[in-house]
Design a protein around this ligand. Structure first.
Ligand code: NAP
Length: 242
């Protein structure tokens, strides 16, 4: 699929992987709608940069844990861009705790509601639009979905749930919409501390963690391809080969 002239919604497009994805899409002539939760200033930088390329761009504040806010955000982005062809479910959090004894029920709910329910809400609110426009969904999961990771059981479970959501919607939305997931290993963003980044760099065969642009590049591949669906692409420099 030719990306130029299409419209994308990227949740959490103000920083990290979402920001790199918004830039990569804008470089290819895609109009971008992004959401942010608290980081308005960074969101404005992203949309100014897209507008400077002559593209349509908007940033909408939204707590993806709340379905009503998601529905409102989706209709605002459709109004501003004139429609949505691509949904990138990227917004996500890790909790403050990582061990089961320390993870409170509230923290468990917060992580599941954001990472899993938030993505489901966006898919639900956009399903009709994406079917009509023969669109695509890319869910940003994690290596933790497959090997547990170190962030915590709540995070791993939310990211594994996102794979289940990907597979179920692949069947349900075919042949109109392709649905895929990306499972990155550690990425150089604010989600993980500098100390953890150092530790994880040493564990990867390439001796470094991924750059956000390397995940964005995988998103581009999945949007350009019209026949890959129900796939999970690992982007981890061969972590499983250890
Ligand atoms: N970094 C990694 O090592 C890594 C590895 C594998 C997968 N991932 C996944 O990749 C995705 C992006 O992560 P990142 O590393 O780029 O993280 P990040 O830099 O911490 O960005 C997280 C994004 O999620 C948004 N967000 C958080 N809570 C939200 C809520 N309730 N409603 C709406 N938006 C919310 C944030 O918005 P504000 O800035 O406005 O708060 C921000 O844009 C996440 O799903 C993460 O789990 C990351």
């Amino acid at each position: 699929m030719e990306l130029k002239g299409k419209n994308a919604l990227i949740t959490g497009g103000n920083r990290g992987i979402g920001r790199a994805t918004a830039f990569a899409l804008a470089e290819r002539g895609v109009n971008v709608g992004i959401t942010y939760f608290r980081g308005k200033k960074k969101a404005e930088e992203v949309i100014e940069s897209a507008r400077a390329r002559g593209l349509k761009a908007c940033a909408v504040q939204c707590d993806i844990k709340d379905f009503k806010q998601v529905e409102k955000m989706v209709s605002q982005v459709i109004d501003k861009l004139g429609g949505i062809d691509f949904l990138i479910n990227n917004a996500g959090i890790s909790g403050p705790s990582s061990r089961i004894d320390d993870i409170s029920v509230e923290e468990w709910r917060e992580v599941l509601d954001t990472n899993l329910s938030g993505s489901f809400y966006c898919c639900k609110a956009l399903k009709g639009e994406l079917v009509r426009r023969k669109g695509k969904i890319v869910n940003i999961s994690s290596i933790a979905a497959k090997m547990g990771g170190t962030i915590g059981s709540h995070y791993a479970a939310s990211k594994a749930g996102l794979l289940g959501l990907t597979f179920a919607l692949t069947n349900e939305l075919a042949p109109h919409v392709t649905v895929n997931a990306i499972a990155p290993g550690p990425v150089d963003t604010e989600l993980i501390s500098e100390e953890v980044k150092k530790k994880l760099s040493a564990l990867t065969p390439f001796g470094r963690i991924a750059r956000p642009e390397e995940i964005a590049h995988t998103v581009i591949y999945l949007l350009e391809n019209d026949y890959v669906s129900g796939e999970v692409i690992d982007v981890n420099a061969g972590r499983y080969m250890d």
